[in-house]
Write a new protein. Structure first.
Length: 171
């Protein structure tokens, strides 16, 4: 599933495209009309949520971007040419070595949190439990990889995204 403009950090940052499948991957795009002024804060935010991140940027931005984003981020250069656009892979994305599982779980909706607590802890929490309490219950689970996979799996099951899924726009 592709989601355009997925908000993270309580709406403080928005990644251009999120791919939600077996992993939660993000793509940030910087055209020649952009600048890199927000990239440091975006880099910090996106590095908490995404397993893989790819920055696709105008070729002129790549040297500065390499200094800003972590070395596990992928980098792809775009250059306009007479015969079209040239893409060049500068660096392949690697798996995020330090995801913030609590931040990722924070992307779940309350119904999803209730379901996940029930699945992984075995108790059916009160439906009136605040999201914060439900997230805290999940943070005691020692198997963070399981928690990560189940969180991403729940996100793939959503049918009523608040953002517009690209898959519905592009057919």
């Amino acid at each position: 599933m592709f989601i355009e403009e997925l908000e993270v950090d309580n709406g403080q940052a928005r990644i251009d495209i999120a791919f939600i499948g077996t992993h939660l991957d993000g793509v940030e795009i910087k055209s020649p009309q952009d600048n890199l002024s927000r990239l440091p804060s975006q880099s910090e935010a996106f590095s908490r949520y995404f397993e893989y991140v790819l920055l696709v940027a105008d070729h002129g931005f790549i040297p500065e971007a390499e200094k800003i984003v972590p070395d596990w981020w992928g980098l792809t250069s775009i250059q306009s040419m007479d015969q079209g656009v040239r893409f060049r892979q500068v660096r392949r994305p690697k798996q995020n070595p330090s995801m913030d599982i609590e931040a990722l779980v924070g992307l779940l909706w309350k119904e999803e949190l209730l379901s996940l607590v029930h699945q992984l802890i075995g108790t059916l929490p009160c439906k009136r439990s605040p999201k914060r309490e439900l997230r805290n219950m999940l943070m005691i689970i020692p198997d963070t990889k399981l928690l990560l996979r189940r969180t991403v799996e729940l996100m793939t099951r959503r049918t009523d995204w608040r953002a517009v899924p690209l898959s519905t726009v592009t057919g």
